[in-house]
Design a protein around this ligand. Structure first.
Ligand SMILES: Cc1cc2nc3c(=O)[nH]c(=O)nc-3n(C[C@H](O)[C@H](O)[C@H](O)COP(=O)(O)O)c2cc1C
Length: 215
């Protein structure tokens, strides 16, 4: 199984990048091939419907779409901004959701967050589930929020608290096993008939959510 992993932060000293690295190590130890990407590779402008109509996905969004298509599952460590999903991650989800067939559909997805706050970013993760599940991703029920993340890592980047480290290991292994079981059913190449059906559903959903009047 191939997994795309990234921290949804552009900051050089990102705590979420430290956390995703730990999850990647655990997944690799379970035999998973992981593409650990830098969020900077997906640099993209704010979603603009005119730009979309004119030229389709900008290069950073197309890169994310391309990497998603090459993977069976995704792990994201995402900061909480103002009790919710960060703007940069939501923007990336929105751009990529314009591609067809929907790149998020059928991807198993594990969510993590690291924050210096005592909540660890869990409120943001609940908000992050919504657009991803709306796009058809299979978001793992357990999410890992790391509180006091500014003090949680030792000099080698490991979690100081062995109980938290064990919980992360258990969660990631559980995610990997479930994702492996799901790939043959929801992932991989789909038949022409299923593809046609998927496109019909996507187009019906699009009509439903067409809130703006035609230009
Ligand atoms: C605009 C903004 C809003 C934030 N809001 C929250 C918040 O609601 N909850 C929280 O736990 N941390 C919040 N933080 C702090 C981030 O969790 C912290 O900056 C974290 O380190 C960001 O992740 P990173 O280290 O991966 O860049 C906020 C930070 C910024 C810049």
């Amino acid at each position: 199984m191939r997994v795309l992993a990234f921290a949804a932060s552009l900051r050089a000293g990102s705590l979420n990048r430290k956390l995703i690295s730990l999850a990647v190590d655990i997944a690799r130890a379970e035999g998973v091939e992981v593409d650990l990407s830098a969020f900077r590779d997906f640099d993209m402008p704010l979603y603009d419907g005119d730009m979309d109509a004119r030229a389709g996905l900008p290069s950073g969004a197309a890169e994310l779409e391309h990497r998603l298509r090459r993977t069976d599952a995704v792990m994201i460590s995402a900061p909480e901004y103002n009790y919710s999903i960060s703007g940069v991650l939501k923007n990336a989800i929105d751009w990529v959701s314009r591609a067809r067939p929907m790149p998020w559909r059928g991807k198993s997805l594990y969510l993590m967050s690291a924050s210096p706050s005592p909540m660890g970013g869990i409120r943001g993760l609940w908000q992050t589930r919504i657009p991803l599940e709306g796009c058809g991703a299979l978001v793992f029920p357990d999410m890992f929020a790391l509180p006091h993340a500014d003090e949680a890592f030792d000099g080698a980047g490991r979690l100081r608290d062995p109980a938290l480290a064990e919980r992360l290991r258990r969660d990631v292994v559980g995610f990997v096993r479930l994702a492996e079981a799901v790939v043959p059913i929801c992932g991989g190449a789909i038949s022409a008939l299923a593809q046609k059906k998927q496109e019909e559903i996507a187009s019906a959903l699009e009509d439903e959510s067409q809130l703006q009047p035609p230009a």
